[in-house]
Structures are given as C-alpha cells and as structure tokens.
Design a protein around this ligand. Structure first.
Ligand code: PMP
Length: 416
C-alpha cells in the first residue's frame, strides 16, 4: 500500500481551513492575493504560535534555570517541556539528546567544531554529497583545511539523485564522518537516508543528517533511522526564527567537548578549573531563546495535530500537479527530477533570468525564491547560475499552483 493510500488525505476544504490559521497569508501584494511559495526558505507562523510568543512576553517572561521565583520556575518548566516535546516528535531516545541552537547552520557548526575538531585527524575523509546546502558543506570544508583532512563529495546524477555507486566507492574505512541532507533544498530530492546510514554504520562511521527540509514535511523517527546527529530549524517548521535543534546520540554528546563556554553550561567553576555540565546543558552556554523555544512546542503540537504523514502526501500531490503543468510549457527546464521528491520545484525558463522570473511573479502576488539557494555547486552541476524555486506547504492549494503557472506563462511571453 502506498503512503497516499494509507493516510486520510488533506482535502481542499481542509487546506483552506488550515490556511486561515496563518494571518500573514490574508494580505494582498501589489493588489493581488498573496500566494506564498517560498516555504523551503521559511514557513509562515500559525496564530497559535504568534499568540504563544506574545503571551509569554506579556505574562510569563522570566529567565530559565536561574530564578527561585514563580516566573523563572514556570519558564524553566515550559522550556524543558519543549525539549521533551521535540524528543517525542522525532522519537529520540531521551530529551537529553536534544540541544537547542540558533538554527541548522549553528547545529552543524557545533558538530564540526566539537566532534570534528576532536576526532578528525590529518588524512581522514569526511563524506558529503554534491547537493548539500552550504551549511552542510562549508563547515566540513573548513574543518578539512584546518586538519589536513579530505572532503570527499558524492556526485549527483542528471536527475539530481545521489550516485549510490559512487557513494559505495567513496565509503572507505578512511571516512570518519558522513554528513548528508535528508531532502535537498535546491532540487527537492529525498535521499535514501536509511541505506546511507546502514552502509556507513557497517563500517562504524557516524552519520549526520541535515533535516532542515525533511522534518517539516515528513515524519522522522530517529530511533528507526539510527542516525548519529540530526538537525533542523524551527523557522522552517512553522515555529519562530532563532531556534535550531541538534539531536546527537548520547554516546557522542558525552565525549564531545563543549562548543562555547560561559554560564549555564557548567557544573562548577573556580579560577583554576571548570567542571562542565552534562549534555544537553554542556552545549547550551548563555541565555537561550526562551520564548522561541517554548513557542516551538506549540508549532510541534500544531503540526502533529494535522499529521506529518498527511502533510507529506498532500504536498507531494501539489508537487505532482505543479510538475505536470510546468512540463506543458516548452520553455521550462526542471532542475531536479528525482524519482523521490519532496514539495520543491526548481526550474529555469528559456530567455529569462530566474531573478526576472521572481520579480515578475512578485508583481502577480506570488512569492518564490530565485537564486542559487545556498547550493552553488548544485547550480554548477546543472550549468545554470540560479534557478527559480517554488516550494509547497499544506496551506497551499491547487489554485496557488494555477496562479504560479499562469504567471510563468506571462514571463515566457514577455521574454520569448
Ligand atoms: N540545510 C538546508 C537543506 C537548508 O534548506 C537550510 C536553509 N535554507 C539550511 C541547512 C540552513 O538553515 P538555517 O539558515 O535555518 O540555519
């Protein structure tokens, strides 16, 4: 049975009802109703998340872990409850394996700066893919430069899939870490992450998964996946900016040195010596983004009530609908035609630069992304300077896709 048959689908009426939860979507842009199709960059926030932040600052604000008064104690409880909620959402073995950072970028930098600096030696290999976001490329590249280690890159096929034969060849016992994206933000490709993890583990190699584009769009079970690190950003999961999640298996968190030093990450301090706290506190120096972490729990509840499996199926239907229509336009070139894709549609148009596409679509009220999507090597691989990218959410509808396709036809007529 396919995933789409096994879940009760989101129908158009429900999508419209869900859309009404997002106040920002009720506006007009250049006199046209806003069609927001840049969900891979950031998602909009439902009213419940906005209310949670406003309520926190209006009635609850108090720092965490330090106070013995009611406001501080309640904030600490809610902050810790968010950690537990995220652990359950991802099916992590323990809330202590969830570290709050500022975003996916900081999470990956944290692993590179701690695990990487301690365990990667000269001559070691770090294996990434050619479709990584710069956030999962530059930290490893810089670590390799510092350590005289070697960054190995698994190439991608013309369809935008990881070349698994090349992966098998590059996965030698010199590899000390595999770091790959679950879903490509530039191509929409869903990588065979289970296979990658199983093969790496067969050689005792730890795997970091960049889940920035997967966690908001499919259910993730970390214990089933068995990856060693997993990360995503709250702002792409209908939550606030400024919060990232880093999951790490406790066996690694225990042997990793701290990332930053300061308050909250210590057990005891004297002028001669500091004893660090246990994970996760060891990796959370300083006052965290308290309101935002607490509101992330609200976003997780909101999404869980809809159901991640239903969201994935619905967004995939939108992708199929959009892909079929775009393929009817001869000037369109789709970049990323993998057999297994999430709701991301990257394309170029004959005669028009992606920035022109983005600007003209904006005049029609349609927000898409135009650029290299922080994945310049992907652009190079496909021989384009940039692409236009539409990315979907459960609050998008077929009417949004129709508006997109109509506007793309306007661009085609202007430039050809
Ligand atoms: N990885 C992927 C696949 C992404 O799509 C993004 C955001 N575009 C990031 C990492 C970085 O996320 P952030 O900017 O929230 O740190």
């Amino acid at each position: 049975m396919s995933a789409s048959q096994s879940v009760n689908p989101i129908d158009p009426a429900e999508a419209l009802r869900l859309r009404s939860d997002f106040p920002v979507l009720r506006q007009q842009v250049h006199g046209k109703p806003l069609v927001y199709l840049d969900n891979a960059a950031t998602t909009q926030k439902p009213q419940v998340v906005i209310d949670r932040i406003a309520n926190y600052y209006a009635h609850e604000n108090g720092t965490v872990r330090r106070g013995v008064y009611k406001l501080s104690e309640q904030s600490t409880r809610d902050f810790d409850a968010s950690r537990t909620k995220v652990a359950q959402f991802l099916n992590a073995a323990s809330p202590s394996e969830i570290i709050f950072t500022r975003g996916t970028t900081e999470s990956i930098n944290l692993v590179a700066a701690t695990y990487g600096r301690k365990f990667i030696q000269a001559g070691d290999h770090i294996l990434i893919s050619a479709m990584e976001h710069h956030a999962n490329l530059v930290p490893w590249q810089q670590l390799c430069l510092e350590k005289d280690a070697v960054l190995q890159v698994v190439p991608i096929t013309d369809a935008g899939e990881m070349d698994m034969d090349a992966f098998d060849r590059l996965l030698t016992d010199r590899v000390k870490l595999v770091a790959v994206g679950h879903v490509s933000n530039a191509l929409g490709t869903v990588n065979p992450i289970r296979e990658i993890i199983e093969k790496a583990h067969a050689l005792d190699i730890p795997v970091l998964v960049d889940g920035a584009q997967s966690a908001p769009h499919m259910s993730v079970d970390l214990q089933a996946l068995d990856c060693d690190f997993f990360t995503f950003s709250a702002h792409k999961l209908y939550g606030p900016t400024g919060v990232g999640i880093l999951y790490g298996k406790m066996k690694y968190l225990e042997i990793m040195p701290p990332y930053q030093f300061g308050g909250d990450m210590i057990h005891s301090v004297s002028f001669e010596k500091t004893v660090f706290a246990k994970p996760p506190a060891k990796f959370e120096a300083g006052t965290p983004a308290i309101a935002e972490v607490i509101a992330l729990a609200t976003a997780v509840d909101y999404l869980s009530a809809i159901g991640l499996d239903r969201i994935g199926v619905y967004e995939h239907e939108l992708l199929a609908y959009a892909t079929a229509q775009m393929l009817e336009i001869p000037e369109v070139r789709l970049i990323g035609t993998a057999s297994h894709k999430a709701g991301i549609l990257s394309f170029t148009l004959k005669g028009a630069h992606p920035h022109d596409i983005g600007t003209i679509l904006d005049r029609e009220g349609i927000a898409i992304r135009a650029g290299h999507h922080c994945a310049q090597p992907v652009m190079e691989r496909f021989g384009v300077p940039a692409t236009a990218r539409a990315s979907f959410s459960f609050y998008n509808t077929r009417e949004d896709i129709d508006a997109l396709v109509k506007a793309v036809r306007i661009v085609v007529n202007l430039f050809n």
